[in-house]
Design a protein around this ligand. Structure first.
Ligand code: FEO
Length: 409
């Protein structure tokens, strides 16, 4: 049976081990394309009364138990901390509790409520409060609520004796790897995947991220190991400072001189328009990425929007409305609440042509500054039409530069 020590725990510090699981095959995380897999990190603190920090997604229970068994018999664990009740971290909690019979599970007030709504947990689930330090045997743990990062129940746990911050979803990324530490991976990969995680999960909560980072600064917590629940752990000071700095940068959402063009097409006309807008951007010296939705995932678009200053959306008109794939990406982006964007809309049509106007309404509600009226072309764009698209690209490029100089729209 897998629980019999086939998987090994990885020792992190004198008394703390990684006992999580690597999910090499997950490709969708509630709508976010996780094309490099993920990890569900769980941690074992081995002092007089052993503590398990978080669990794993339900199918990975045996892997978790196997790693724990390489250190101690799971029944010796006395406490479980549940930092976050989303099921990638709590899915195996009911089974873990049945097997190890801990004295109690600790969670935030919202965490206790959420766990009780999800499961029947067969032991006491105790509330810990923001800033509270709890003594569990020889071990002191301090808990800080991080509401909405990423759920209302979320909290992070600090282990002062070994200066470890278990940061749950915060500072994480969906990345399966045989490497456990950030310093074993390239910065470009870390930036790409941490940014992708931020854009697709945390972007709507950017103001709370800023507060959290400021709070960590005010608390002057010494952090020797930053241990999120997904992806690599940060053990070098420069790497910890780097990822915290990146979070502040992403939370600011300062406009940059880049653009995203996202569109779909029925017979190639809206595609021609998109490409010509791109030519105009290039002429004005602005870099862009073009996302044809027949070949692009919404989470790739979101990741690029995080580092861009313009969102340009095109759609043919289908049955008096927006093409379905374009509606999908707009719904997704609207929920992520990106800030400081300028934009424009465009599209080809046959007889009614409502789609670019409808997209413009959505972008305005998102707070995107539109630089021009929706650009529409009946059937197939010809010379002047394509020139107008090019001019739109140039106009967008010029405005992006102004906005970037001013620091916002
Ligand atoms: Fe990794 Fe919000 O769960």
């Amino acid at each position: 049976m897998l629980s019999d020590r086939l998987y090994k725990a990885i020792r992190l510090t004198e008394n703390t081990y990684w006992v999580g699981a690597v999910d090499w095959k997950i490709r969708d995380f509630h709508g976010y394309s996780t094309n490099r897999g993920s990890t569900y990190n769980a941690y074992l603190i081995m002092q007089d009364e052993p503590i398990l920090i978080d669990t794993v997604k339900a199918p990975f229970l045996r892997e978790l138990l196997s790693r724990v068994k390489s250190v101690i018999e799971p029944e010796k664990i006395r406490y479980v901390v549940s930092n976050h009740s989303e099921m990638d971290h709590s899915g195996s909690l009911p089974e873990v509790v049945k097997i190890i019979r801990p004295d109690k599970v600790l969670a935030s007030k919202n965490g206790v409520a959420a766990l009780n709504k999800h499961f029947d947990i067969e032991c006491e689930v105790e509330t810990v409060t923001d800033g509270e330090t709890v003594k569990l045997g020889d071990t002191s743990l301090t808990f800080f609520e991080t509401k909405m990062l990423h759920w209302p129940d979320s909290m992070i746990t600090y282990f002062p004796e070994e200066k470890i911050l278990f940061s749950q979803d915060g500072f994480g990324m969906h990345l399966a790897s045989d490497k456990l530490f950030a310093d074993e991976l390239s910065r470009s990969l870390l930036e790409e995947e941490a940014g992708r995680y931020y854009a697709n999960i945390l972007l709507p909560f950017s103001s709370l991220i800023k507060k959290l980072v400021n709070k960590l600064g005010e608390l002057s917590l010494e952090i020797n190991l930053l241990a999120p629940d997904h992806g690599p752990l940060y053990r070098r000071t420069e790497d910890i400072q780097w990822i915290i700095g990146k979070y502040l940068e992403w939370a600011e959402q300062r406009p940059s001189i880049r653009a995203v063009i996202v569109f779909d097409t029925m017979w190639g006309s809206t595609d021609m328009m998109a490409r010509m807008i791109g030519e105009g951007l290039t002429e004005s010296g602005v870099a862009y990425r073009l996302f044809p939705l027949s070949a692009s995932h919404r989470s790739d678009v979101a990741s690029e929007v995080l580092r861009s200053g313009a969102l340009i959306v095109g759609s043919p008109t289908l049955n008096n409305g927006i093409f379905p794939s374009v509606s999908d990406v707009l719904t997704y982006l609207k929920g992520l609440k990106p800030k400081n964007l300028i934009g424009a809309t465009f599209g080809s049509y046959g007889w009614s042509g409502e789609a670019p106007d409808q997209i413009a309404d959505i972008l305005e509600k998102m707070g995107v500054e539109l630089v021009a009226e929706p650009l529409k072309v009946r059937y197939v764009p010809k010379g002047d039409d394509l020139m107008n698209c090019r001019e739109l690209g140039i106009k967008l490029g010029s405005r992006i530069k102004e906005v970037a100089k001013n620091g916002g729209v």
